[in-house]
Design a protein around this ligand. Structure first.
Ligand SMILES: [Fe+2]
Length: 212
């Protein structure tokens, strides 16, 4: 059920019932301590997690990825960390009502450091506002990036079906990510899609250069 990408980072997937997408959850293991990142629930997942260690925390990168957080939080009696800018009504819809709010300076479980990426369209409309979670070896992303099956990089909204103005939005997202995430961990693990292990910064720089 859990595919181990490294010795200490695993992922699992399940279809999103409302979208033509796969949802991806991640687990970080530090000795017997587990941190989950935007976890969906699968039958049997709690038993697998319990066999690996003790779930100490759940971290959300965006209000759109509440998924199975409330259920797993209740089951394992652990806190849910939510971005301070998250939309309260969206969290409420996912029954995440009293999270631990975090911002960029908040110490997070798993040795992760939050980076906030705000994407604004040319006419000033807000487009995306999510946290990414970085460590020296990994970058967890919500919706802003992901890997494709063929090993290439998808920049939001390329991985989502039926979105308009893809080129313009992609360039905005690429520019915002380059400006908000400084260091360059090479393994990108997102809330959808596949792991990406190439040079994501070079790929984003190329997108910005190609923007119309
Ligand atoms: Fe998403």
């Amino acid at each position: 059920m859990i595919n181990w990408i490294t010795d200490s980072i695993g992922r699992w997937t399940t279809p999103d019932p409302e979208e033509e997408l796969m949802m991806v959850g991640h687990v970080l293991k530090e000795e017997d301590r587990l941190t989950l990142v935007h976890p969906p629930v699968l039958p049997g997942l709690p038993d697998v997690l319990a066999s690996l260690g003790s779930v100490r925390a759940i971290i959300l990168t965006t209000h759109d990825h509440t998924r199975g957080s409330r259920y797993l939080s209740d089951l394992f009696a652990c806190p849910i960390y939510a971005p301070v800018q998250a939309d309260r009504s969206r969290l409420d819809a996912g029954r995440v009502q009293r999270p631990e709010w975090y911002e960029e300076s908040t110490p997070l479980p798993g040795g992760l450091v939050a980076r906030r990426t705000i994407v604004t369209m040319s006419d000033g409309r807000p487009y995306m506002d999510e946290m990414s979670l970085q460590r020296s070896d990994v970058l967890f992303i919500g919706d802003l990036l992901t890997g494709n099956l063929d090993g290439t990089l998808a920049v939001c909204p390329e991985q989502f079906p039926g979105v308009s103005d893809v080129e313009q939005k992609t360039a905005k997202v690429a520019r915002a990510l380059l400006g908000s995430i400084g260091s360059a961990p090479r393994l990108v693990l997102a809330g959808h899609g596949w792991p990406f292990s190439g040079d994501w910064q070079a790929a984003l720089t190329k997108r910005v250069g190609e923007a119309p």
